[in-house]
Design a protein around this ligand. Structure first.
Ligand code: HEC
Length: 493
């Protein structure tokens, strides 16, 4: 076989690299390794490190949320087989939207190209050779979004505990931006104090009555914040007549979501989310306690641009909820399996108004209980959906889905065009997705949200290490309740 100059060069480079590792590590890599080097085939750390730096190291960093670092060649080599499996299956990097979803901003940093997957596979199969490779740095971004940066944190630190679910805690902190005038948020990055446990974060605006309530909850906790789950744990206020308020159905609006690896968490260029003068911000933190719980006081680094003097397109939150009516499996006989009992439970837990929501959702979606069989043969694939008519011209920039732990598939469509499909929903990987090409919606268009749930005995939430008993499940804020919610961030046109 005629060897090209390139192959010779690669082989020579690899030999030098092997010599360097041998010296560094104090031991050879074995005769097998040397033979491969001579044939000039397998890639080394130097070839794969840039991929790991760009697409993995936001999480796989020492002290990060992921279980090992991908910044050091030795650590990557030690996990080579796992890396091969997880990248081949498309499980890592975690990217929730399915193939039928449209393109989102920044997704190229969250998806491996086929060539990158192949290179990683060749590296692993070739013995995960280290070569001369030293440590690499994660590729990060600095925000160029307009505005000035404010770093906000809670008054007190908090010691997470798995109060909700086996290894998870959802906690809401009060942040006070002390805005004296309305301002746009253009970017929001979370700097976890305990990066090993901060899994994802959602920021909500708490204005008006919500601000008062959030401040009361925070005071009652001594400044440490409060336990929350599906949302910020604030009561729904009565929507006023303004169209943006009605879209939110009285629920506090989303500002932004963050997951580890979002180094530059900017809203789409030219847009911002309005936060009102005097408003508080609720930071909902999901702690994943696979790693040891440690006292945490994470910071939110938020860019604010004054609304009066900055020309930005304001994004409003539009909620598209669907009814949730999940009966018990047929073979389960318990008083908790009656819908009336479920409604009574909601009255007890959240008050009379919250308990009206299930009926309200049936009404606004034009459904009745007859659409939801009360004793289906199987509860493994219970579905629900809702169509919402667009009432004024919109430009849709961002889209997110929200269910709790029994949900496994959510779709949000506009006139049949997919805006977001998460085929394997995971409550622990929540994020907002910004469309690469914003989509216009016109008066009369239908926004369709649809969800699938599994209410089997084995799919019940784990609370304090124990699976709960199956019960009739309705829409509600708590861990043991469910939601089917499409969330759009859109501007009026
Ligand atoms: C957004 C954060 C994030 C990114 C980006 C990411 N990972 Fe992970 N990774 C995790 C977390 C967290 C876990 C722990 C298991 C879980 O929660 O799914 C994990 C687990 C893994 C595991 C399995 C470990 C085990 O023993 O179960 C492998 C292998 C892995 N990641 C490889 C990669 C590779 C390779 C990349 C880049 C191509 C990558 N990950 C990108 C967060 C991330």
């Amino acid at each position: 076989m005629k060897r090209s100059r390139l192959a010779l060069a690669v082989a020579a480079f690899a030999l030098v690299a092997i010599a360097a590792t041998t010296m560094a590590a104090g031991s050879g890599s074995g005769s097998g390794g040397n033979r491969r080097v001579a044939s000039g085939g397998a890639p080394t750390w130097a070839n794969v490190a840039p991929i790991f730096a760009e697409k993995c190291a936001g999480c796989h960093t020492p002290g990060g949320i992921a279980p090992f670092s991908l910044l050091s060649a030795q650590s990557a080599k030690a996990h080579a087989n796992g890396i091969l499996v997880m990248t081949k299956l498309g499980r890592m990097p975690p990217w929730m939207p399915g193939h039928d979803s449209p393109a989102y901003l920044g997704q190229s940093r969250r998806i491996l190209t086929p060539a990158e997957k192949q290179l990683i596979a060749r590296w692993v199969r070739g013995g995960a050779r280290i070569g001369g490779g030293g440590a690499v740095k994660p590729v990060g971004g600095t925000s160029s979004a307009p505005g000035t940066t404010m770093t906000l944190t809670s008054a007190q630190s908090y010691m997470p505990k798995a109060a909700v679910g086996g290894l998870d805690d959802y906690h809401c902190f009060l942040l006070e931006p002390h805005l004296t005038q309305d301002a746009y948020v253009t970017s929001a990055v979370i700097k976890p104090q305990q990066a090993t446990i901060v899994h994802h974060v959602i920021l909500f605006e708490a204005a008006g009555e919500n601000a008062t309530e959030a401040r009361h909850l925070n005071e009652a906790s001594g400044g440490k914040g409060w336990t929350c789950f599906g949302g910020p744990g604030l009561s729904e206020t009565h929507p006023t007549a303004t169209s943006a308020d009605v879209d939110r159905l009285g629920v506090p609006p989303w500002i932004a979501a963050w997951v580890p690896g979002h180094a530059n968490n900017a809203l789409p260029a030219g847009t911002g989310v309005l936060v009102h003068a005097g408003a508080a911000i609720v930071m909902q933190v999901h702690y994943n306690l696979i790693h040891k719980a440690k006292r945490d006081r994470s910071r939110a680094v938020i860019r604010f641009a004054p609304a009066a003097t900055t020309k930005l397109t304001p994004l409003n939150t539009i909620l598209v909820p669907a009814p949730v009516e999940l009966p018990c499996p047929r073979n389960v006989h318990s008083s908790l399996c009656s819908r009336d009992a479920a409604v009574q439970q909601e009255v007890k837990k959240y008050g009379y108004n919250a308990a009206l929501i299930p009926a309200g959702l049936l009404y606004i979606c034009g459904r009745s209980l007859a659409d939801y069989p009360q004793s289906p043969a199987s509860v493994k694939s219970l579905s629900t959906s809702c169509d919402r008519r667009v009432t004024r011209p919109l430009r849709i920039y961002g889209v997110a889905g929200h269910m709790h732990t029994r949900g496994y598939d959510i779709k949000i469509e506009l006139n049949g065009k997919m805006l977001l499909h998460i085929p394997r929903w995971n409550f622990h990987w929540q994020d907002a997705y910004y469309l690469e090409h914003p989509v216009d919606a016109n008066v009369g268009d239908a926004i369709h949200v649809s969800c699938k749930f599994d209410n089997s005995a084995v799919k019940q939430p784990l609370v304090n290490g124990r699976l709960l008993k199956p019960r009739y499940v309705l829409w509600g804020e708590g861990t043991t309740d469910e939601m089917c919610l499409g969330l759009l961030q859109a501007a009026d046109r």
